[in-house]
Design a protein around this ligand. Structure first.
Ligand code: DCT
Ligand code: MG
Length: 869
């Protein structure tokens, strides 16, 4: 390491273009439809170069427009360039936001190019004794290379970079960097629209510059150049002279910034975190690298937030708790090999210790303090701690809040709720250091976040959702996760083999149709076979050719007599099932049970999701889904599984919220509501409604709540738009209150900026007022869907809490195992079946005073499938 300052200069547009072409735009966009591939790729390259080069100074230069002194001197300059591709330009302002949040100057100079800005800054920095690094995809920058100036040139992606030193320029071109613009003038540059000399290639151009020393010398002695080449040169003298004026970079611009302004500064952390969240950048490695590049990352905390913290020696904890842990305490836990705990107090004291290395006195004092409901504590991601605590024989009391849950309620749908992310966003600091000091900084952040977010929750009226639903649910879920669900491993392995064989069969059939073997899992090979060899109708264009995704294959199957798309769909299906089963098998613990992790802060609607394994991917309605569920069985000591799910929960919520008289009446009749609705729409008596009509009307009821258009409905119902539209009109003619309600929801959300569920859970949808139609419509669909889905989520969560509490009160051994979709799964102890069923029904229907009232279906059996009703 040297103490010399170093300056990193980036060519903004050329980096942006590389990013655009390296990352397929169709894979990078926000839920609102804003493309993000440029920003993502740019941020990624920037994070890497900052990590690898650790410059003390940095700036990004951008072109302003095509009107430059070069274009004035030569109208053909860059004139042949295609317009920037669709979706590119809209991301450039976001790059500015990114750089602003990183406090990295973006430098522009009207009339000049980014290259000239870079040349000027590089020259100034060189003169001031800096090391300079120029990162660009433009070879003209090679003229800047010198003893102190290195050019990082990327040709295709930033991963393929060449580091140009003077020696490497010499080696590659046989020229000095100073000779490069001479060479470039002779060679011309097709990408800039600069003509070369007909018949003269790079080799000759370079040789001339080498032999004559410079272009000036060559032109002076042009007569001496012999042969055809000489003639050609003499014919092109004007071109070459003009080129030479354009290839020289300007090094003495009068820029609005000086070197001092380029010194790297701490990020504007709240703005920076907000931006990453808005862009929905969830990739943990990218976030980590970007935050790690913050020069403020290691700065000492502000005096206000400075902790007087230390690692406690054995025997010190009891005393520390007595003297410091008197008010609300922030608790952070790192779940590594051993659990490290840190505590932080309102007065700024902090302590850290390993849970397994306490003295007997400490042990007693800590367990007592932790369990004491009278000693308030805030814990970040409390579910993880609660899942670990029983291992250590401890319980938690006095839990006031969990900043992750609070932040989620205040703003669901963020990309990350980690403590460092939340601290960055809400406190403007990022406590991500390793070891004891890091854990203490995090405990401090937990304390400060709790103090900051608590009042905000109260202001929005969501403190009740927190206290009555999310916090107690975290405790319940921790227990449910620990319990796990017993599976029949043999059956799962059997299924995995069967699905693998199904894949194999489909691959064989596909090979027979295609006339050769290929890998149906490879997009590239699929494209070759489908669109090359078989010349089937073209699907949606994607970066790598034509799409072969599920939608594309489904569409293709309807557009051709060729059986291949159908076989490929079957292959995909079997592959997906196999992966699902493999995912389950991977998670079977030594106790023969699967311990999923519930995610309380992932779905923006308020629903629970699960990971490791993700239970939502087990198909609900198919035969294969049922076979997989057969492998979920009661564990030793238990007699049966029981499932309980609400009947028509979303439709009841819709009726409750819309107060549509016809829909309410459909429930009051006591008949099956979907059948009644279908009878009204089709104008037939209820007993004449076919199963298919019921299914279609059900899909319609829910489709409307999800904001489907006639087009979307047609797709979902598998009918023509012309058939869907009259159906939709008939529906709204009967159930006008539903339409009015849906209209009201969007209008109100546009006004307030958010939707609300029955319990007041909010979802913010700023794009409802966007000028961009696509974004606005996406937000409208979310607004329609959020109250119904979110209220259903509220109700299911309350039901779980009530069922659990009732089981406990009744002293029953039966217990909750899973929650997935609208379903609750329980493990029933011998002899308890009837009581549990009665209790579950009572608690589920009483979960919320809905009108029409809630109704639940309950079943029990020897496995999850047999328990279905
Ligand atoms: N769902 C949906 N679109 C469909 C079917 C279902 O969005 N076409 C969602 C909303 C309800 C949830 O899935 C549960 O599905 P079902 O149990 O089929 O719905 P239900 O209203 O409870 O109907 P049923 O009386 O047939 O169970
Ligand atoms: Mg149902």
């Amino acid at each position: 390491m040297t103490d010399r300052p170093s300056l990193l200069l980036l060519d903004g547009h050329s980096l942006a273009y590389r990013a655009f072409h390296a990352l397929p735009i169709e894979n990078f966009s926000t839920t609102a439809g804003q493309p993000t591939n440029v920003v993502y790729g740019f941020a990624n390259m920037l994070a890497n170069v900052l990590r690898d080069e650790r410059p003390t100074h940095a700036a990004v230069a951008f072109d302003v427009s095509r009107r430059t002194f070069r274009a004035e001197a030569f109208p053909g300059y860059k004139a042949g360039r295609a317009r920037s591709p669709e979706g590119f330009g809209a991301q450039l302002p976001v790059l500015d936001d990114l750089l602003a949040a990183m406090r990295m100057p973006a430098v522009r100079m009207p009339g000049y190019e980014a290259d000239d800005v870079i040349a000027t800054l590089a020259a100034a920095a060189d003169a001031a004794g800096f090391r300079v690094l120029v990162m660009t995809g433009d070879r003209d920058a090679l003229q800047l290379v010198g003893a102190n100036v290195t050019v990082l040139y990327f040709y295709r992606t930033a991963a393929e970079m060449i580091r140009y030193t003077p020696a490497l320029v010499e080696e590659k071109y046989g020229l000095t960097p100073a000779q490069y613009p001479d060479f470039a003038a002779l060679r011309g540059d097709p990408s800039d629209g600069l003509p070369g000399i007909p018949g003269i290639g790079e080799k000759t151009a370079a040789r001339w510059v080498r032999e004559y020393g410079s272009l000036a010398a060559l032109l002076e002695r042009a007569d001496e150049v012999r042969g055809k080449a000489g003639e050609r040169l003499r014919d092109a003298l004007d071109t070459v002279r003009l080129n030479r004026r354009l290839t020289e970079l300007v090094r003495d611009l009068d820029l609005p910034v000086g070197l001092d302004d380029l010194e790297r500064r701490p990020y504007d952390l709240p703005a920076f975190t907000r931006l990453l969240d808005d862009l929905e950048f969830r990739n943990a490695s990218l976030r980590q690298r970007l935050f790690a590049a913050d020069p403020g990352g290691g700065r000492p905390p502000e005096p206000k937030t400075r902790l007087r913290g230390r690692e406690l020696r054995p025997g010190e904890l009891a005393g520390w708790l007595d003297s410091h842990a008197t008010g609300p305490v922030g608790l952070a836990a790192d779940h590594g090999e051993c659990v490290r705990i840190a505590l932080a107090t309102p007065a700024g004291f902090a302590a850290s210790f390993l849970l397994d290395a306490l003295s007997a006195d400490d042990e007693r004092a800590f367990a007592g303090w932790l369990a004491d409901p009278g000693r308030p504590k805030a814990v970040h991601e409390v579910k993880a701690l609660l899942r670990a605590l029983p291992e250590h024989g401890r319980t938690l009391g006095g839990l006031t809040t969990d900043p992750a849950l609070a932040a989620y309620l205040l703003l669901p749908g963020l990309a990350a709720y980690g403590i460092a992310d939340l601290a960055a966003r809400h406190l403007g600091r990022r406590p991500s250091a390793e070891g004891a000091a890091g854990t203490m900084l995090r405990a401090g952040a937990v304390h400060d976040l709790a103090a900051k977010l608590g009042p905000e929750l109260a202001e929005t009226g969501m403190d009740r959702v927190m206290d009555e639903v999310e916090l107690p649910l975290a405790a319940l879920l921790a227990r449910v996760e620990r319990t796990g669900v017993h599976v029949d491993g043999e059956l799962l392995r059997d299924l995995e083999r069967r699905f693998a064989a199904g894949m194999e069969r489909a691959a064989d059939e596909a090979a027979a149709i295609a006339g050769r073997r290929f890998n149906p899992g490879s997009t590239k090979q699929l494209q070759e076979v489908l669109f090359g060899e078989l010349d089937l109708p073209r699907t949606k264009k994607i970066k790598s050719g034509f799409s072969t995704d599920l939608d594309a294959l489904t569409w293709l199957a309807t557009r051709t007599d060729n059986g291949l798309p159908r076989v490929l769909l079957r292959h995909r299906d079997q592959a997906r099932l196999r992966a699902t089963v493999a995912g389950l098998l991977r998670e079977v613990g030594a106790d023969g049970r699967i311990h999923t992790t519930f995610q309380q802060t992932v779905a923006a609607t308020g629903r629970l999701t699960s990971t490791d394994p993700n239970l939502q991917v087990i198909p609900v309605r198919t035969g294969e889904g049922r076979e997989i569920r057969r492998a979920f069985t009661p564990g030793p000591g238990f007699a049966a599984l029981m499932t309980a799910d609400y009947r028509q929960l979303e439709l009841r919520v819709m009726a409750h919220l819309s107060r549509d008289p016809a829909l309410l009446a459909a429930f009051e009749s006591g008949e099956d509501p979907h059948t009644t609705v279908a009878a009204r729409v089709f104008g037939v008596p209820p007993d004449a409604v076919t199963a298919d009509q019921r299914r279609r009307i059900k899909a319609m009821s829910y489709g409307l709540a999800y904001g489907l258009s006639a087009f979307g409905l047609a797709k979902q119902l598998g009918v023509a738009v012309a058939e869907a539209r009259p159906l939709m009109d008939a529906y709204f003619a009967r159930f006008g209150g539903v339409r009015d309600y849906l209209g009201r929801v969007v209008a109100e959300a546009r006004e307030t900026g958010y939707t609300r569920t029955l319990l007041g859970r909010r979802r913010y949808l700023p794009h409802l007022s966007s000028d961009d139609r696509r974004r606005r419509e996406t937000a409208e669909r979310m607004a329609l869907n959020a109250p119904v889905q979110g209220s259903a989520a509220d109700i299911v969560k309350i039901a779980m809490l009530r069922v659990d509490a009732a089981l406990d009160r009744a002293g029953l051994r039966s217990r909750l195992l899973l929650q997935v979709h609208d379903e609750i799964v329980l493990e029933v102890a011998p002899g308890e079946g009837d009581r549990v069923a009665g209790l579950v029904r009572a608690e589920m229907t009483a979960a919320y005073p809905l009108s029409p009232p809630l109704d639940a279906a309950i079943g029990a059996g020897a496995d999850w499938d047999a328990a279905a009703h």
